[in-house]
Design a protein around this ligand. Sequence first.
Ligand code: 5RP
Length: 291
Amino acid sequence: MPEADDTESRNYFADVPVENHGFHVRGANSLEWGQKNRLGRIFRKESGKTVMFAVDHGYFQGPTTGLERLDLTIPPLLDKADALMATRGAIRTSVDPAMDKAIVLRASGGPSILKELSNEQVAITLDDAIRINASALAVQMFVGGEFETQSIKNLTTLVDEGMRYGIPVMGVVAVGKELVRDARYFRLATRMGAELGAQIIKCYYTEEGFDTVVSTCPVPIVVAGGKKLPELDALIMARRSIDEGAAGVDMGRNIFQSANPRAMITAVSKVVHEGMSAEDAHELFNDLSNQ
Ligand code: 5RP
């Protein structure tokens, strides 16, 4: 029989492989378990990446082209996405609660396209985000915009609340018409978001220097699709984004305004998760569209 306390003389773990839980999401190692668990629902462990399907446009634009009917647009595409970025109104009215995808919940809002867009406020309580089972909260950052400080305050308020309940925050870099969308601007805005506590940043791809935007931002960057492009161009943008370090895409119009949204999201997923070239993914898009 061992002594009452023989822990020092016995190697309890000699045959047990060490699992250090090194986490696959950039910058997240020091977060607590619940935050990591939620990030792990958004970013696939095998690829470290995500295909987020963005359908939150109505919160300031109303029923934009391709998103007139949330109930018809979202459900047929969900199985191809890793995460759905949407408002609570869209989720409660138009998404099956039995779906198993991560929800990135729109958490800021206020002005419509008729007004100054940077004048947003926090638009949800954490109680309601928890009721919806959000895996992350999305908040707009208007760096350089008229209400820059207010939008950054929205972000830090949600980060504080999110830390309390284990919910990560995605800072969405919103670019006003008057701002130059170059790597210098995106380095500034993405780094501000990460340093102020966002665990994910969403921004646009830049033709020049996107790799420096990624390398100077200590949390994962997901790339917004932006205006509808020809499918091949959108797939090239996705390919380049991933090759230059993005942790995925958060694409809306280039999916739901595509001639074949399901074929498009399938092709995007192949690019993001399986390293498919843009040209092969475009061929796949054409094949699926012709079936
Ligand atoms: C709204 C958003 C949108 O979700 C975002 O712009 C992504 O959609 P798209 O790919 O259509 O640009 O953050 O502010």
